[in-house]
Design a protein around this ligand. Structure first.
Ligand SMILES: [Zn+2]
Length: 303
């Protein structure tokens, strides 16, 4: 059997560029194209009259090694999409991802201080675990609401956020990624509801002008997300605790609900006592959240 002739029309680019660890494929291709002042599409189809050599991960790896002179292993280790898509038989340039990946990771701008020395002047998008919101080494918020790297908030004046990130990592180790992700997601949504009702849990940040509320509702930029993060992690720790969760999810006694809410307000005191009375729905909303988390965990175990 003879292998059909497939012309290789790629040749090394003038400027090679190593990938950043865990970089997204799109980010790397754009950086490589930008460094060589060519459109990114030319990396994949450099000729109008010759078809390129295939749409598989193997073909893409071959192209990248020819274009950059870097080893196949370099790309295989640094660009996780190649591994995921190869394992699931997916096109390397498609938009969809395996569900297990999209549940665990998010594409986020890499910390601008991490990239400053390795890729000066270039912004890098990387795959980050959903529970990582801060670069602890450089004390920068890299999580929610960061649209461009200059919006990564310097947390030097918010030590509580750094503490919360370490605590979040500990909770993941203790309860697992699935449980903490669900607690954080539902807890975060509930916290937003409270914040919209002036259940202000970030008085220090507000006092320092780090998180500015606009009008009756808080505007959710990266600063406010960072300022609210310790409260969100505290709420998550309460819901992630099997003992406290079962107290609210399974007990029918009002006294148990009172115990839970006392613990809730002890850990997350509102900035003004009067605000607590403005949220009569707090026990029912919190109870609904806890029951939802419990249900999801049951389904996960049963699956
Ligand atoms: Zn960093």
């Amino acid at each position: 059997m003879t292998t059909p002739f497939r012309p290789v029309i790629f040749r090394p680019l003038p400027r090679s560029l190593p990938p950043f660890p865990n970089e997204t494929l799109q980010s790397y291709c754009q950086r490589l194209a930008h460094a060589n002042r060519i459109p990114a599409e030319r990396l994949h189809t450099p000729s109008l009259w010759l078809a390129h050599d295939g749409d598989s991960v193997t073909a893409l790896l071959r192209r990248l090694t020819i274009l950059t002179g870097l080893s196949r292993e370099t790309f295989w280790h640094a660009l996780p999409e190649l591994r995921w898509r190869h394992e699931h038989g997916m096109s390397p340039l498609g938009r969809s991802l395996p569900p297990v990946v999209s549940m665990r990771l998010r594409p986020r701008w890499a910390c601008r201080r991490c990239t400053a020395t390795r890729t000066p002047g270039q912004h890098v998008m990387t795959w980050v675990p959903i529970y990582t919101h801060i670069c602890l080494q450089h004390r920068l918020w890299i999580g929610e609401a960061v649209a461009v790297t200059r919006e990564q908030v310097d947390l030097a004046q918010m030590p509580g956020a750094l503490w919360a990130q370490r605590r979040h990592h500990r909770l993941v180790r203790r309860h697992g990624e699935r449980v903490t992700a669900e607690c954080f997601r539902t807890g975060g949504a509930l916290w937003k509801l409270f914040a919209a009702h002036h259940y202000t849990l970030v008085p220090e940040a507000l006092g320092q002008g780090l998180a500015k509320p606009r009008g009756p509702y808080l505007s959710w930029g990266p600063q406010l997300y960072a300022a609210a993060y310790p409260a969100a992690v505290t709420m998550m720790s309460l819901v992630a605790s099997p003992a406290w969760r079962s107290l609210l999810a399974e007990s029918m006694f009002p006294s148990d609900v009172d115990r839970f809410m006392k613990e809730f307000t002890r850990r997350l005191p509102p900035s003004h006592p009067a605000y607590a009375t403005n949220m009569p729905a707090l026990p029912s909303k919190t109870g609904a959240m806890v029951r939802r988390v419990t249900q999801i965990l049951r389904e996960t175990k049963a699956a």
